[in-house]
Design a protein around this ligand. Sequence first.
Ligand code: FAD
Ligand code: UDP
Length: 384
Amino acid sequence: MKNEFDCLVIGCGFAGAVIAREHAERGDKKVLIIDKRSHIGGNAYDSFNDDGILIHNYGPHIFHTQSSRVFDYISRFTKWRDYSHEVLADIHGKLIPVPFNLNSLYLVFEHSKAKRLEEKLISVYGMEKRVTISELRGQTDNELLELADFIYRNIFLYYTQKQWGIAPEKIDPSVTARVPILVSYDNRYFQDKYQGIPLDGYTCLFKNLVDHPNISVQLNTDSASVLKLTGNGILFNGSPFSGRVIYTGALDELFDCRFGRLPYRTLDFLFETYEKTRYQSKGTVNYTVDRPYTRITEFKHLTGQNIPEKTTIMKEYSREYTGDGKEIPYYAIMNSENSVLYEKYKQLTEVFNDFYLLGRLAEYKYYNMDIIVEKALQLADSVI
Ligand code: FAD
Ligand code: UDP
């Protein structure tokens, strides 16, 4: 029996939804997207809670990119709320901008010292430059070293320990490099050219992305129950499937974790609603020296929702992912040992000639939404 679909896409996050749209539109292919959750959007999904507040169910998502291709593409499916995210670090009750910048410097050191440090930073790196904490810690100037030590101890050490379960030196340097020291008075968390929040929310954006006559979406379905990769090829619902398969789920789970689990961090989210207009002055406050949670986000800052009488916040707690069915693997833990294990699983897929791995889980990478969209468009460029 010929299958009714040309292409199967596992997962309906950004990776799955964009690659499905491209096949449906550019390739005129019939596509089936399968997702094990009860909704589209993957981790970018948002919804209204019982108090009528629009929340990001899987953590705060701010869209930001340098790529006009990505921004123009996503802008076909949503209008934007112009929003620049700002984050404060709470250091024993003192709030300072993160990334640590020149404003932060004047908040934590007395004026003449801050001025001296500012001049040194500008002379070594230049204005508007991004410096990683490891670069700053490699400085030879004693005062800059003291500054590096202050930032390391008050911004990175405890937060990273909470988030990853290990000290900053033990994780891939690209992780802490995401949050630099900024030689600038710019208080924004991201400096990308394009940034914002989908005006009607992410879920609405996803509805528009998958709204195409060639796309069908099947929710509440784990691919393990319908898709089998065997020595004789791919089986879908028990029958041979000769079309294209794009898999955006966790790679180890595709092979029943036969070589052992790929390590991930998962998160627990605690939502609280308060009967007041505002809980905190900026979208996110990072707790960098105390508290068991990493950060608190207040959604109304992000969404601009006008509900004066209430506000909802979210506390994020990070812990090891155990593979329990109720947990979600949010963050790949990138290091050389885990890359070796990932490659072992990847090799198992190489015998299937029209099978592709795409996305944060399937590629075991710490990608932002825009990079996922870009990679999906690039994959479409090469295969359609
Ligand atoms: P996902 O969104 O994880 O989608 C994968 C989908 O596949 C899921 O819906 C899942 O249910 C489904 N799936 C998995 N396995 C199976 C299976 N076996 N069968 C069926 N379905 C399956 N990025 C930014 O750019 N800005 C931000 O501010 C930002 N904030 C973030 C905050 C948090 C707390 C987290 C965790 C991530 C954040 N990100 C942010 C990253 C962003 O979430 C990802 O880049 C993006 O969601 C990746 O899209 P994806 O499609 O690869 O994965
Ligand atoms: N980080 C930190 N303190 C902060 C912010 C970030 O130590 O106040 C480190 C931490 O290791 C974190 C990484 O930088 O995991 C990347 O931070 P980002 O805000 O990009 O994380 P995400 O939003 O993806 O969870």
